[in-house]
Structures are given as structure tokens and as C-alpha cells.
Design a protein around this ligand. Structure first.
Ligand code: GLC
Length: 717
């Protein structure tokens, strides 16, 4: 008995010690952080005190195309910036898959890995800020930069952007979330004015940015070119001062997009902290002090028109980021470029981001009986890295689809290649190329057509951009270069045809989709894209990608076309599609898409069962069982959609409010538990101008896509 008491006393004593040590550690850390912040604050104040007005102004505008001004006298370095969202543009290195491919993985952990690679490569190349992620909502299928962005759904954007930014910034590099805000088309991007309701702004277009600021503590943000409600976005008091800095408490700094500052007073007063890229029409030497936020500001402060404290605030924000990333008083990580590990991340993102859209009679993965494959289509051999505009990448290497298939097929499979179509401005169906392709297909066990969009023509000539490229929108959704004719001819020659689509978004498939047994959406899958695609086609990888955007059957079905309004002079956009973006429109207005948001097939099957919903004081807990009922390992993205049955203001048919990507061995199952907080139920009442969560009944839908609902439940709040 005595021994038991002694033993228990000892255990109690040990756990008290552990608890004390834990508290001490937490207290120490908090204290250290508080001390660190206080000392950083003091250091910033001390520096500002020492700076002349000219030195302060020198910091708030560019000193070259990709650097800000520094103050060498005081040991304040220039900021070195570099594009772009999926590679360090200025140097040869790792070329990651594009934003839509990353989003199609629905895997926030991969977002973190993706960001880590980018941060490490930026360190290696001596950069301080990587100009990404680009997260503008994919509102129209035609936007030329959709490939760089992520999704039509604000919740998916928010989850993926947090991982990406944390990955970059844990490397000691600043991310730059862009383009703030509502920059969803490229036509007239420098001047177009976007009109939209407060509700659409808050519920659809801002949540990704809000998550970047309030959850990932992004260090920098880039204002966009367009106007919002009549005021330039990079000098927009409501967006920058009121929402970003006041409501969200953003502590970093706002840079303009390149040439997005239009006058001094608005830029200074309305929240722009760093003016980049203004075109002074000076060649070859630019006098950067002539920027809007240059000498003019010195004169305005000297003449008392602007109080110096306004300039101090901008300098303070820039110095805050410099201290936070150890640019002053600190040791920076060395970083690495194009390592095996970085290449593996590029491969993994491509493997998990490529989406299996259709797979009739399980033609995929190709069986071992397939001995000859006819690969057809220019996109099978075309390198994409240098395309797209400012997001271009000098890839260390790029494995194209034909190379990937040959790597995987080895000498066991005879793989032929035919170009099938030309990528030239205005090119139409080429009868000779099509005849040769059909001939090859007729002699093969299987034909694989690799087509889709392109980043344009001559990548090094910006004016030669088109389709998936900055500065341009697609003219329509039709397949360019006569690809429809090519696919139909190949199908006729060999019904066993797989279509692989590359590009940043949907394409009109209506002319051939009913006869094509299998379709893969490959986006622009980065330097390892060809290997990832081949591994999926041959079954070494089980696809798990899900569409981050709706694929309409035809352009006319898209809400931006159906409900949105563009002025005749193309200078005014009215987002009269409002909150009905993507599946929010297709499901509410009962329009059948070609492929639904969240859609993606697997080589295995999954069973959903046993949904339980528990409403708590603050949170609602959902549990259900997911089982891999097939014969191969695989991953499923279980999606949670919510619908308020009766609401004061109209709400969409469903809204994505949670998801989880679950990897399961054949026969295994997992009890999935998801907790919904009030963010899953509230909406923005823009009559009362506040977020509201109304009592009542909410439908909870668990789906394998927004249209493949597997389990239904209700909760009363
Ligand atoms: C471009 C782009 C922006 C890019 C910047 C610097 O115009 O809009 O995304 O980061 O200029 O190249």
C-alpha cells in the first residue's frame, strides 16, 4: 500500500515538473517574441529617426525594375523582388506546376511544400520577395491568366494559399499575394473599371486575400492594375486603408503592380507603400526619383502639404518586413536550386494535380497488352515553361508528355509521334498532319492526343502572346488550330483514343466528347509533368486530382457570360453574376456543366457511409466513414458543402466549407471527422454591412464533387 502511495506521489511530482517546464517554455517563448517585437519596434524607430526625408522617400519607390530603394548609409538594403508564382523567373531553376495544377491537388500540405521550394530557390538566387501566389478568382473561362491562379471557390483558394505562403515565408523569404483585387480579366487590365456588390467582394473575391493576411501573415501584397468602383486598385483607399490595413490588421507593405500607380496624392494617401514599374518613357536610363512617389513627395512634405508621418508609416512597413526576414540584423538561409528534392515536389504536385475527367470501360490505366501507342499533338512535345508572361520560368529541364511516355514505356512499348496540328497564329486544321496522325493511330493499339490551350506563339515576344497568357483573354472556348478535326479523325481511325488537355482552364469538348473514352486534364504540369502524366497513364500513379473550377459545356453557359455585363467600350465590367460564380451558378440555376467543380476520377472506388452531425455551442462536428472499396491504393477528396434552407438574402444552392484529402489502401476505411465553425454558415449581409449567421436549418452535403453528393444531413442552428 505504502509503495503504491509513494509511486503515485512520484508520478504526480514528475507530471507537475513536466507541466511547470512546459509553462516555463511557453512563457519564455512568448516573452522572447514580445521582447523581439519590442526590440524590432525600437530598432525601426531608431532607424527612422536617423533617416533624412530624401532617404525615406527613396525607399518607397523602385530603384530598378525589380528592386526598391535602400539606404546604404544606415545599412538598409534594397529589396530584391522576383516573379513568379511557380518559379524564380530571373534564373534557371525548378519549374513547378502552375497554380491551377496546385489547386487541383486539393492538398494544402503540398501547398506548403510548393512554397518551401519557391522560398528556397529564391534564397539561393538572392531574392527577398517572390511575387506570388496569384489568387484572383477564376470567374470567366476566358481570362488569360487563369492558369496562374487557383480556383473559382474562395474556400479552396484560402486553404491552398495559406500553405503556399507559410512554405515560402518559413524559408525567410517574403511572399507577395496578388493581384488585389478583382483582377479577373486581362482585356484592358490597365484601365478597366470593375463594379460589383459588397457581398460579392466580401464572399467571393476577398476571402483568399483575407486568409493570406490573417492566417498566413503574408509579408507583402500587390495591388492590381484595374480600377475598383472607380478608383485604381493600387491606390484604393477602401481596399488598402479600410479593409486590408484597418479591418484585417495587415502589418506588411503594399506594392503596386508594375505601372499601376497613377498619381502622387492618391498613392500616398490611399495605402500604397512601394511604387514599382512606372513607365517614365525614359530610355535608356530611368531616373527613379521621378516616380510619382519620388521627388514630388519630398516637395509636398517640405511644403507642408503632406505630413512626414505618412511617409514614416510606409517606411515602417518596409522595415518591418526587412527585420522579419532577417534582411537587417540576421542570418538568411542559403537556399538551394533545382535539387532532386525540389524536382520530386514538382513531380508530386503534377501527379496529384492532373485530373482524370473521363475513363469509360477503364481504358486507363493502359493494360500490359498495349504494345504500340500513337502519340499525337503538338502539346506532346512543346515546352511550356517560358510561356504565359511574367510567370515564365527558365526551367532547368522540362519533361514533355512524349518524353515522359517514352521514359515510362522504355523499350517494351513502341511509341510513335505525330505533330497533328500547328501552333501558329490563325492556324486551322492541317489536312496533311491530320492524315498522318490518323494513319499512325490506325496502326496503334491506343492513340493519345495531347492538345488543349497554349501560352501563345513566340514566348520571347510578348506581343505574340495569346490564349493562356498575361495581357490577353481567350476569344472563346473553341479548340484552336483545328484540334477538333484532328481528334475526330484520330477517333475514326482508332476508337481507343485518350485525350490529354493542357491549359489553364476549360475548353469546348462538345464536338468529340461523347466518343472519347478517356480524358485527362494536365494543366501546365511543370518540369516533371511528362513523367507524372505517363505514370498516371501506365498506372504507376493513381490520379487524385479534382477540378478547382467548373468546366462549362459551352462558353455561353458560363455565368460571367450569361449574367455579367461588359460595356461596349470594354472599359466597364459589371459583376452582375454577383456571388453566383462557378458551381454556385451552375447548381443554383440548374445548368448542367461538362465537368463539375470538385470532379475527378480514380482507378479505385470509394464508399461513403455513416454520416453523423453534432451541433455544438460554437461548432458543428461531422463524422462519416470513407472506405477504399477498389483494388488499388488511392486518395479521395471528400468535400463538405453547406446550404441554408431559408435565409433573409438569397444564397447559392451550395457552398464548399470544408474538405479533406484521404489516402487509403484497398479495403481500408477511415472515420473522417470535420469540425465546422461559424464561418461555414455565415454570409455577408450587404444591407446591414456585416457577416451574419442566421438560426435555422442547414443542409450538410458530403460529396466526391459538387454534383456527386454521397451523404446528406441537416443541422439546426
Ligand atoms: C506584371 C504582372 C505581375 C508581375 C509584375 C512584375 O505586369 O501583372 O503579376 O509580378 O508585372 O513582372
Amino acid at each position: 500500500m505504502i509503495n503504491t502511495i509513494i509511486k503515485q506521489t512520484n508520478m504526480l511530482y514528475k507530471s507537475c515538473c513536466r507541466l511547470f517546464l512546459l509553462f516555463a517554455a511557453v512563457a519564455f517563448t512568448l516573452n522572447t517574441n514580445a521582447q523581439k517585437n519590442a526590440s524590432t519596434e525600437a530598432k525601426i524607430n531608431a532607424l527612422i529617426k536617423k533617416m533624412t526625408l530624401e532617404e525615406k522617400v527613396n525607399m518607397i519607390h523602385a530603384s530598378s525594375f525589380f528592386t526598391s530603394g535602400g539606404v546604404s548609409r544606415l545599412g538598409i538594403p534594397k529589396l530584391v523582388l522576383s516573379d513568379g508564382p511557380h518559379a524564380v523567373r530571373s534564373d534557371t531553376g525548378t519549374y513547378l506546376p502552375v497554380g491551377t495544377c496546385l489547386a487541383a491537388t486539393w492538398n494544402p500540405k503540398l501547398g506548403y511544400e510548393f512554397g518551401s521550394v519557391l522560398g528556397s530557390e529564391a534564397n539561393f538566387h538572392g531574392k527577398d520577395v517572390i511575387l506570388g501566389p496569384g489568387i484572383n478568382i477564376i470567374r470567366s473561362p476566358l481570362n488569360g491568366r487563369n492558369f496562374e491562379y487557383e480556383s473559382e471557390d474562395p474556400y479552396l483558394v484560402s486553404r491552398m494559399v495559406v500553405g503556399y505562403i507559410n512554405g515560402v515565408q518559413d524559408q525567410g523569404i517574403s511572399a507577395c499575394v496578388k493581384h488585389f483585387a478583382v483582377n479577373n480579366m486581362e482585356t484592358n487590365r490597365f484601365n478597366v473599371n470593375v463594379n460589383l456588390t459588397e457581398r460579392a467582394l466580401r464572399e467571393i473575391y476577398l476571402p483568399g486575400f483575407k486568409a493570406a493576411v490573417t492566417e498566413a501573415n503574408v509579408n507583402t501584397l500587390m495591388g492590381s492594375y484595374n480600377k475598383v468602383r472607380g478608383q485604381w486598385a493600387s491606390q484604393n483607399s477602401y481596399l488598402l486603408n479600410q479593409i486590408l490595413k484597418k479591418e484585417w490588421g495587415f502589418k506588411g507593405f503594399v506594392m503596386s503592380d508594375w505601372g499601376a500607380v497613377h498619381n502622387t496624392i492618391e498613392a500616398i494617401w490611399n495605402g500604397c507603400d512601394l511604387e514599382m514599374g512606372t513607365d517614365l518613357n525614359q530610355r535608356p536610363h530611368r531616373d527613379y526619383s521621378k516616380f510619382f512617389m519620388g521627388d514630388t513627395v519630398v516637395n509636398l512634405v517640405r511644403s507642408g502639404r503632406i505630413d512626414e508621418s505618412v511617409i514614416n508609416e510606409k517606411v515602417r512597413r518596409i522595415l518591418y518586413v526587412m527585420f522579419k526576414t532577417n534582411m537587417i540584423d540576421g542570418v538568411r538561409k542559403k537556399g538551394e536550386s533545382n535539387t532532386k528534392a525540389h524536382q520530386q515536389t514538382a513531380l508530386k504536385v503534377a501527379e496529384e494535380g492532373i485530373v482524370l475527367l473521363k475513363n469509360d470501360n477503364k481504358i486507363l490505366p493502359l493494360s500490359s497488352s498495349v504494345k504500340t501507342i500513337a502519340v499525337i499533338g503538338f502539346n506532346a512535345e512543346r515546352k511550356q515553361a517560358m510561356g504565359g508572361g511574367s510567370s515564365q520560368a527558365k526551367a532547368f529541364y522540362e519533361v514533355t508528355p512524349i518524353e515522359g511516355l517514352r521514359n515510362a514505356g522504355g523499350n517494351k512499348i513502341n511509341i510513335t509521334y505525330n505533330q497533328g496540328y500547328k501552333i501558329e497564329r490563325g492556324a486551322t486544321a492541317d489536312d496533311l498532319l491530320i492524315m498522318q496522325a490518323a494513319e499512325a493511330a490506325s496502326k496503334a493499339d491506343v492513340a493519345i492526343v495531347v492538345g488543349g490551350w497554349t501560352h501563345g506563339f513566340n514566348y520571347s515576344v510578348w506581343s505574340d502572346n495569346a490564349y493562356d497568357a498575361e495581357g490577353y483573354d481567350k476569344p472563346d472556348m473553341h479548340m484552336p488550330f483545328g484540334q477538333d478535326e484532328l481528334i475526330k479523325a484520330v477517333l475514326k481511325a482508332n476508337p481507343k483514343t485518350v485525350v490529354v488537355l493542357m491549359g489553364g482552364g476549360p475548353i469546348d469538348m462538345t464536338q468529340w466528347i461523347n466518343n472519347v473514352p478517356a480524358i485527362l486534364q494536365a494543366w501546365y504540369p511543370g518540369m516533371e509533368g511528362g513523367n507524372a502524366l505517363a505514370k498516371i497513364i501506365f498506372g504507376q500513379v493513381n490520379p487524385s486530382g479534382k477540378l478547382p473550377m467548373t468546366f462549362p459545356k459551352i462558353l455561353e453557359d458560363a455565368p460571367s457570360q450569361k449574367l455579367g455585363i461588359t460595356s461596349k467600350d470594354l472599359m466597364q465590367l459589371y459583376y452582375t453574376d454577383d456571388i453566383y460564380v462557378g458551381y454556385r451558378y451552375f447548381d443554383t440555376y440548374k445548368v448542367e456543366p461538362q465537368f463539375a467543380f470538385g470532379h475527378g476520377l480514380s482507378y479505385t472506388t470509394f464508399e461513403y457511409s455513416n454520416l453523423k452531425i453534432q451541433a455544438g455551442k460554437k461548432n458543428t462536428t461531422i463524422t462519416f466513414t470513407l472506405k477504399n472499396t477498389g483494388s488499388v491504393p488511392g486518395a479521395e477528396v471528400a468535400q463538405v458543402y453547406v446550404k441554408q434552407e431559408k435565409s433573409t438574402l438569397p444564397r447559392p444552392e451550395k457552398e464548399l466549407k470544408a474538405f479533406e484529402k484521404i489516402f487509403l489502401q484497398p479495403g481500408d476505411s477511415k472515420l473522417v471527422k470535420i469540425v465546422l465553425d461559424e464561418n461555414a454558415f455565415h454570409y455577408y449581409n450587404d444591407i446591414e454591412n456585416k457577416w451574419v449567421m442566421e438560426n435555422g436549418v442547414y443542409d450538410i452535403m458530403i460529396g466526391a464533387s459538387s454534383r456527386k453528393i454521397k451523404l446528406n444531413g441537416k443541422v439546426k442552428l
